[in-house]
Design a protein around this ligand. Structure first.
Ligand code: FAD
Length: 305
């Protein structure tokens, strides 16, 4: 939403709704250009769920430009941890195939030998979005023209023709702020998108055997899982068996993992209990009802995509 702001009194130049990766990156870019920005996010903090688990080279190049690539490389998989992708029947049974991929340290050396269109100073890095968002928030908060305000849900936006006004809850009080520009970085169910009556193009809701339907993600800690699996370390683990298909990434190369599976027809519309979640994991792990591994889980969450 853009407005001609000449001679208009506003509370700030830009309001960004949404403190996910898009909103935070935008706040950093604007703040580095000394543009006054207020960023609102409804959640009390950046994401506490791992979500995306890899950062591609182009994104790492942007982080390098901003001077934060090295900080981000200290998060996620340790620099000497392989980034292999492995396929199993079940995690503790048969390994079917393995793509050997370099550690972060090896990738850095490898990048120096690349040339032509494949050359890049920053190869991909395996780090969860959750940890990246923390770094982005810290960077945005360092910038004098940027105010980052989590715990502030925006309930309405209005384009007056002279400015854009935003109704936002701050410290239990509803406030109305005026800005010259409002930018919606408020995710898939965006209030701003709906306000502007922008609809999605393309297809959605396609149901396939895997990654086409409701997915369930479990973020958990399991200190013994690597020893139960007893295979060469890897970053991503896929399973194919008669009970369940799944994929799991190690978040920190030690004891934190995120497991994803597609909900079956009889699971998709009901609440998934912690017992259900443990059974799903066990179907990927060794095939019997209850997991062999001690899982210190948070209450499992349903995440669909
Ligand atoms: C389980 C899972 C795994 C994923 N894995 C991958 C992956 O491997 N690779 C990949 O590329 N992508 C992945 N994604 C998708 C990726 O997480 C999203 O594409 C990404 O988060 C989008 O970033 P964003 O900043 O646009 O929006 P979001 O990250 O959705 O951030 C939007 C923010 O807006 C805030 N907000 C919304 N409405 C309001 C409001 N009214 N007022 C104030 N704040 C508001 C929300 O609280 C949120 O923090 C995954 C997603 C999930 C759920």
């Amino acid at each position: 939403m853009t407005k001609d702001t000449q001679n208009q009194a506003t509370d700030t130049g830009v309001i960004i709704i949404g403190g996910g990766p898009c909103g935070l990156m935008l706040a950093i870019e604007l703040g580095r250009r000394e543009v006054p920005v207020i960023l609102f996010d409804q959640n009390p903090s950046t994401s506490t769920d791992p979500k995306g688990n890899a950062i591609q080279a182009r994104t790492m190049e942007h982080f390098r430009r901003l001077g934060i690539a090295d900080v981000i490389r200290t998060k996620g998989l340790p620099r000497d941890f392989p980034t292999d992708i492995v396929y199993f029947t079940r995690y503790t049974k048969h390994e079917l195939a393995r793509f050997r991929l370099p550690t972060s340290n090896e990738a850095r050396e490898l990048a120096k030998t690349l040339s032509g269109s494949w050359s890049t100073p920053e190869l991909p890095h395996r780090c969860t979005q959750m940890l990246v968002e923390q770094v982005l928030r810290q960077e945005a908060e360092k910038l004098p023209s940027v105010s980052v305000r989590f715990g502030c849900p925006v309930s309405a936006v209005e384009d007056t023709g002279r400015h854009v006004s935003v109704s936002v809850m701050q410290a239990d009080q509803m406030k109305r702020l005026k800005c010259a520009y409002l930018i919606g970085c408020d995710g898939a169910r965006s209030l701003v998108r709906r306000h502007l009556r922008v609809s999605y193009g393309g297809e959605s809701g396609n149901v396939r055997d895997f990654m086409g339907g409701r997915m369930h993600a479990i973020y958990f800690r399991a200190p013994q899982l690597f020893s139960e699996m007893n295979v060469d370390p890897a970053w991503m683990y896929w399973t194919f068996n008669a009970d369940r298909r799944s994929f799991m990434a190690t978040v920190n190369g030690r004891d934190e993992f995120v497991f994803h599976t597609q909900l079956k027809v009889d699971e998709a519309d009901r609440e998934i209990t912690e017992i259900d979640a443990r059974r799903m994991f066990a179907q990927g792990e060794h095939g019997v009802g209850v997991s062999k591994t001690v899982i210190f889980g948070r209450v499992p969450q349903i995440v669909s995509r």
